[in-house]
Design a protein around this ligand. Sequence first.
Ligand code: HEM
Length: 229
Amino acid sequence: MKPRPAPPPGFEEQRHPALLRLAHWAMALAVLTLIFSGWRIYDSSPIFPFRIPEAITLGGGIQAQLAWHNDPGVATAIAWHFAAMWLLAGAYLTFLLYGVFSGHFRRDFLPLTPRSFLADFVAALRFRLGHKLGEYNAVQKLFYWGVIGLVALMLTSGIAIWKPVQTAPLVSLFGGFQGARLVHFLGMSGLFAFLLVHVALVLLVPRTLQSMILGRARMRIHSASGAKE
Ligand code: HEM
């Protein structure tokens, strides 16, 4: 494992290596495609007493799709869903392997203790949680571990719904086919909530986006109080 190069004195710095960025943006694209196409698939057989408005689902205009191939866009949505599922599986595996073998998870996502989480969570509620470029706070660490777990849950519950006969033991772990559908829907809701909070936090500290796009962001540390340029 290569040590992270130290930033020049008076600066803090964040680096996101190319493989990590590639895996991250592929996961982001895949998750967005999965969510919007999943909403159209959900609408064809809702498990709750509501439907998602067609305009915010992926699958094409219902009338156009019906005229084209006598299907209200569900087949198109399933095609998007499967393509994005493979992209997510590949990117997720890349992210996991990179995270483990480069030492990134150990260095940047750990340590994480209930005490550090509580302290940072309370500070965040009081708007007193500082952000140091290149260092994740305990709330972020828990969020990232949470989303890693959620993606695993989405992939496994998705496989259970896709091939329920071949994966019968997996289906029974989810409490049956309907249980797997429920877990898949609730997992999607969790991922969607993660996305909203994640993007809001990125907007609060846009310098991190520079690093996630270009690979590096640097910031001068102004004073001992931690004020930044
Ligand atoms: C399209 C919307 C998204 C944007 C704009 C975005 C942006 C970012 C940015 C700027 C960072 C760096 C944060 C920092 O270093 O403080 C980041 C990190 C991260 N994002 Fe996203 N993200 C998006 C979607 C997602 C999705 C869908 C997932 C999960 C499937 C995800 C998972 C993560 C993870 C795990 C990290 C930590 C990366 C690491 O250091 O290993 N992001 N994201």
